[in-house]
Design a protein around this ligand. Structure first.
Ligand SMILES: NC(=O)c1ccc[n+]([C@@H]2O[C@H](COP(=O)([O-])OP(=O)(O)OC[C@H]3O[C@@H](n4cnc5c(N)ncnc54)[C@H](OP(=O)(O)O)[C@@H]3O)[C@@H](O)[C@H]2O)c1
Length: 342
C-alpha cells in the first residue's frame, strides 16, 4: 500500500512539532507539506527550526497556502490557533481530504456558543452538525471516527476530564450531575509563547477560572454520550513545567467503590481502550504519562463525605493533542489504533 501523504498546518507550534515527532514513526505516512504563518516567506528547513529532526525529514516550512495544502496531501492535520481552520476546512473537505483539526473550531455543535467561548462568529457554521464531522474522543466514538471526514480533536483539559467522568455519568453515579475540577497543565498548553515561558518560572498561575473554552465541549459531550445535563466548576492553572496535565475531579456519589470501579472497567477494556488505565487507591504522576499517549486515572473514595476523588493525568501535547489526533487518523484509515503511538 502506498503511504498516505500528510500535511501539517501549524508545523512550527508545540502541537505541530509533536505531530512531526510521532508521524516520523508511522510506517503508512509520508509527510509532504509543512506550513506555518506568513512570517515563513523564505524557505527554512524544518531541521533548522527543530534540529532533532535533522537527517530524518527534509522539508521546508512554508507560508501556508490553502491551494498547496490541499494539493500536497491526502490527509491534513490543522494545528493552528483557534479561528483559522474554520476558513480552511470547507474547501479541504470539498476536495475530498480527510482533516483532523486540533483547534476548537469544530468542537461545539451550537454556533451561537462561539462568540461567548472563542470570541468569534463561526465562518462555517453549517458544518458543525454534519454527521461527517465527529468529536474525536477516540475511546467513545470509534465507529463514527472510522467514517468521519473531519475530526474535531478534543481539547487537552477536555480529554482528561471526559475520560475521568464519562464512565460515572454513563452509570448514573454522579449525584446532582455536577463535577468540580481542579486542573493543572504545563505551560505548553497555551502555545509557543516565549514571554509566557519566562513568566511561568517558579510559578503556578490560575487562568480563565470558570470560563475556560473547554467547559462547553465537556458538558456537550457528557450530554451527547449519556443524556445527562451536567454542571461543572473548573479551575485551570498553568504550571512552571513545559508539558503534562493533571485534572482532579471531586464528585459526590453514594455508590460504593466497587460500583465505581466497575463503571470504569466496562468503559475501558485493554482491547477497547489501549491508552487508558484506571487504578484504585493510588494516583498517577506526570512522569507516568509525559511523552506517551496514555491517560492514567486514579481513584479514591471518602465514604464519610460520599466524595470520590478522581485524578486524570496525560501529556497535553500527546494524548491531549497530537497523539489523540494520530489515534483518530489511525481509526479513520483502518490502521491499528496504536500505530506510531507505542
Ligand atoms: N498546546 C497544547 O497543549 C494543545 C493541546 C490541544 C490542542 N491544542 C490546539 O492546537 C492548536 C495549536 O496549538 P499549539 O499549542 O501548537 O500553538 P502554537 O505553539 O502557538 O503554534 C501555532 C502554529 O500555528 C501557526 N500559525 C499561527 N497563525 C497562523 C496563520 N494565520 N496561518 C498559518 N499558520 C499560523 C504558527 O506558526 P508561526 O511559527 O508562523 O507562528 C504555529 O506553527 C491550537 O488550536 C490549540 O488550541 C493545543
Amino acid at each position: 500500500m502506498p503511504p498516505i501523504r500528510v500535511a501539517i498546518a501549524g508545523a512550527t507550534g508545540y502541537a505541530g512539532e509533536e505531530l512531526i515527532r510521532l508521524l516520523l514513526n508511522h510506517q503508512h505516512v509520508r509527510l509532504t507539506y509543512l506550513a506555518a504563518s506568513a512570517k515563513w516567506e523564505r524557505s527554512t528547513s524544518v531541521s533548522e527550526v527543530f534540529p532533532r529532526f535533522a537527517g530524518r525529514l527534509d522539508l521546508p516550512i512554508e507560508s501556508l497556502d490553502p491551494a498547496r495544502l490541499a494539493a500536497s496531501a491526502d490527509a491534513v492535520f490543522l494545528a493552528l490557533p483557534h479561528g483559522e481552520s474554520m476558513r480552511l476546512v470547507p474547501s479541504l473537505l470539498k476536495a475530498g481530504k480527510r482533516v483532523i483539526d486540533l483547534a476548537g473550531d469544530f468542537r461545539l455543535r451550537d454556533p451561537s456558543l462561539y462568540p461567548q467561548w472563542y470570541a468569534f462568529d463561526h465562518a462555517a457554521a453549517e458544518w458543525l452538525s454534519r454527521p461527517e464531522v465527529v468529536y474525536g474522543l477516540s475511546e467513545f466514538h470509534r465507529e463514527e471516527i472510522q467514517r468521519a471526514k473531519l475530526i474535531a480533536n478534543p481539547g487537552c483539559y477536555a480529554t482528561s476530564v471526559l475520560l475521568a467522568c464519562l464512565p460515572l455519568f454513563a452509570a448514573k453515579l454522579v449525584e446532582g450531575d455536577q463535577i468540580l475540577v481542579d486542573a493543572k497543565s504545563g505551560f505548553s498548553g497555551a502555545g509557543r509563547k516565549p514571554e509566557l515561558a519566562a513568566d511561568m518560572a517558579e510559578n503556578l498561575r490560575p487562568y480563565k477560572v470558570n470560563h475556560h473554552q473547554h467547559m462547553p465541549e465537556i458538558t456537550q459531550e457528557i450530554h451527547q454520550m449519556t443524556g445527562r445535563t451536567s454542571r461543572m466548576a473548573f479551575v485551570p492553572q498553568a504550571l512552571s513545567i513545559e508539558r503534562g496535565l493533571i485534572s482532579t475531579l471531586f464528585i459526590k456519589t453514594r455508590a460504593p467503590l466497587e460500583a465505581v470501579a466497575e463503571a470504569y472497567r466496562v468503559c475501558y477494556t485493554p482491547e477497547g481502550a489501549p491508552f487508558v488505565t484506571v487504578r484504585v487507591g493510588s494516583f498517577p504522576q506526570l512522569r507516568d504519562v509525559v511523552e506517551t499517549n496514555d491517560c492514567q486515572i486514579g481513584l479514591s473514595y471518602d465514604a464519610a463525605m460520599e466524595l470520590l476523588i478522581v485524578m486524570s493525568a496525560l501529556d497535553n501535547l500527546t494524548k491531549g493533542a497530537a497523539g489523540q489526533a494520530i489515534q483518530n487518523f489511525n481509526l479513520m484509515h483502518g490502521f491499528p489504533e496504536t500505530t506510531a503511538l507505542r
